[in-house]
Write a protein that binds this ligand. Structure first.
Ligand SMILES: Nc1ncnc2c1ncn2[C@@H]1O[C@H](COP(=O)(O)OP(=O)(O)O)[C@@H](O)[C@H]1O
Ligand SMILES: [Mg+2]
Length: 141
């Protein structure tokens, strides 16, 4: 599925709509450069499940947990390094849990293969800085 967004709010709404396809046990890998809308999209997903509104990238904490009608983990691997092996293991452990949803920004930085997951790719339009292409696919490898 491909979505075009013209504003941050449209990206949030896209995340909210996409959340209808989600259930506990799902993993969502968010791929896209800095500022492409990964956190905005996550905010929409969190809203759909009634989780708290003040979502920010867990760039330094690596993992944030939210509880609404489901338990949701929001992971940001941007600052993860190879030496953080315990944290990396923790992320894979989360992905094996069936009672939560795991959203991962910069998922391409994890080197081991992910279990079946949603991949959401964000690209910024080179002609218009406020436009985003959002490509959503279910991947099973
Ligand atoms: N269509 C759009 N969708 C999402 N964000 C947009 C859009 N247009 C402009 N922006 C801006 O781009 C930035 C996206 O930030 P964020 O969601 O934190 O990105 P990321 O988590 O990918 O680094 C915000 O500052 C937002 O206001
Ligand atoms: Mg972010």
């Amino acid at each position: 599925m491909t979505i075009f967004s013209k504003s941050e709010n449209e990206t949030i709404q896209s995340g909210k709509r996409f959340a209808k396809d989600l259930q506990s046990g799902h993993i969502i890998a968010l791929i896209g450069e800095l500022g492409s809308g990964k956190t905005a999209f996550t905010r929409g997903i969190c809203r759909a499940f009634g989780c708290e509104d003040q979502i920010s990238s867990p760039t330094f904490t690596i993992i944030n947990a939210y509880e609404g009608s489901v338990v949701l983990f929001h992971v940001d691997t941007y600052r993860l390094e190879k030496k953080d092996s315990e944290k990396i293991r923790g992320i894979y452990d989360l992905m094996n849990k069936k009672n939560c949803i795991v959203i991962i920004e910069w998922a391409e930085r994890l080197c081991n293969p992910l279990p079946p997951h949603w991949q959401v790719q964000f690209s910024i339009d080179s002609q218009n800085m406020n436009r985003r292409k959002i490509q959503i696919d279910w991947l099973e490898k």
